[in-house]
Design a protein. Structure first.
Length: 173
């Protein structure tokens, strides 16, 4: 298996752990700066009645920035074996992630238009066929039973309505 991946270049690193640490730390610095800015806008001091609305968020923003700076310092230290220039993700690994991510995004998108149950059935069929290599005939029972069980559990037992689409409306559900 490893020889097969090496032959196709699937073991080539796309990004280093150090680069990901620094990138995520920069994101948290920006997030902390937004929190601090907004806390100052709404008031971050101690007023007559106690702390103003932005008092605690201000310090949380400061902690976010402090922690992110510490991550950058740690990542930049020479000889840091915990971070180093080790691979964060390889091509083969990112392909596996994408094979899960794209169907999930499509499922969430379709849920708004065709309802949760129909989208779940399509998600199960697609996921089992693409990622599991199963035939349509083997996936069909799961695509029917799982949404039906979800329907019974939420709609009948817990009385929690979930998003429905045109198929459910046509069935009178």
């Amino acid at each position: 298996m490893e020889q097969d991946q090496a032959a196709h270049g699937d073991d080539k690193s796309l990004v280093s752990t150090r680069a990901m640490d620094i990138g995520l730390a920069l994101f948290f610095i920006a997030l902390g700066a937004i929190v601090i800015f907004d806390s100052m806008r709404i008031g971050n001091s101690w007023g007559d009645m106690g702390p103003e609305s932005g008092y605690f968020p201000f310090y949380i923003g400061c902690l976010l920035i402090f922690g992110a700076v510490m991550i950058i310092v740690s990542a930049m230290m020479p000889g840091n074996k915990a971070v180093g220039d080790s691979s964060f993700v390889t091509r083969g690994q990112i392909k596996s992630v994408i094979k899960v991510y794209i169907p999930t995004v499509l499922y969430v998108f379709l849920m708004s238009y065709i309802g949760l149950y129909a989208a779940a059935a399509l998600y199960i069929i697609g996921f089992m066929m693409v990622n599991g290599g199963y035939s349509f005939v083997r996936t069909l029972p799961y695509a029917i039973i799982v949404p039906a069980c979800i329907f019974v559990m939420f709609e009948v037992w817990f009385l929690v309505p979930l998003p429905k689409g045109p198929i459910e409306a046509a069935l009178g559900l």
